[in-house]
Design a binder for this molecule. Structure first.
Ligand code: C5P
Length: 229
């Protein structure tokens, strides 16, 4: 049997409604380049990643403006929800993938991923039977809303983590989990629904998801601080 490879899959078919811009948020400019380009470059320049696949929607009008990168392929098969985009991407690469290959799914909207974080995730998960994800332990006191703008209770936070990406699972198991799962917002949820327990690997605040317009300013500051622009 061949040695499992590490393959990146970047779902980038969202419209980014909360950004309030006409252009999908993955193409928003960050330190002089579209956010998605930063993410693609991080994977393309990693010596551990054998290939990177980027899933965009069939009518994406922006992806062709990005420069071509080594070992990177664009798939125009995005779906209605993130789960559909990842599933379609997995199906599209089936003939080039072994069942045991590791798939690292990473949001296009998390441009703060570094090689150090990527290497850490792979080192902690590559020998695991299930797989795992970058995540951050909760530090704030957590409130549950009553649905009317008032705090109903304080939730015990010691066991709570905030999920990030990449999320890393074996090709065949991930595809099966996503095809069986009902409306999940990440890969780990689908794997959990099969009765497995993905490994939590501590990520970093800099790997946050750009969602609102003000998040771009924060991402820009992080890039400048690290001299990554
Ligand atoms: O919208 P949200 O920030 O949760 O999206 C997370 C990631 O999933 C983004 O990279 C986005 O482009 C992607 N996505 C997708 N297909 C969708 C919705 C979101 O690939 N239909």
């Amino acid at each position: 049997m061949s040695v499992p490879r590490f393959i990146a899959l970047i779902p980038a078919a969202g419209v980014g409604e909360r950004m309030g811009t006409s252009m999908p948020k993955q193409y928003a400019q960050l330190a002089g380049r579209p956010m998605l380009q930063h993410v693609m470059e991080t994977f393309s320049s990693s010596s551990l990643i054998s290939h990177t696949f980027v899933v965009v929607s069939a009518n994406d009008a922006y992806i062709s403006d990005l420069p071509e990168l080594p070992r990177t392929t664009i798939l125009k098969c995005g779906g209605a929800a993130r789960q559909d985009s990842v599933t379609n991407g997995l199906l599209a690469i089936g003939s080039q993938t072994e069942d045991d290959d590791w798939i690292l799914v990473h949001d296009a909207a998390r441009p703060g991923l570094t090689h150090d974080l990527l290497d850490k995730l792979i080192a902690f998960v590559k020998d695991d039977a299930v797989g795992g994800l970058l995540a951050l332990p909760m530090v704030d006191t957590i409130k549950r809303s009553d649905g009317h703008g008032r705090s109903e209770m304080t939730v015990e936070r010691s066991a709570l983590w905030s999920a990030q990406t990449p999320q890393m699972f074996r090709y065949a198991q991930l595809l099966q989990a996503l095809q069986q799962a009902q409306q999940v917002t990440d890969e780990a949820s689908a794997i959990e629904a099969m009765g497995h327990r993905p490994k939590l690997v501590e990520g970093s605040a800099r790997n946050f998801k750009v969602t609102l317009p003000q998040d771009l300013l924060l991402a820009e500051l992080i890039f400048k601080d690290q001299g990554m622009s």
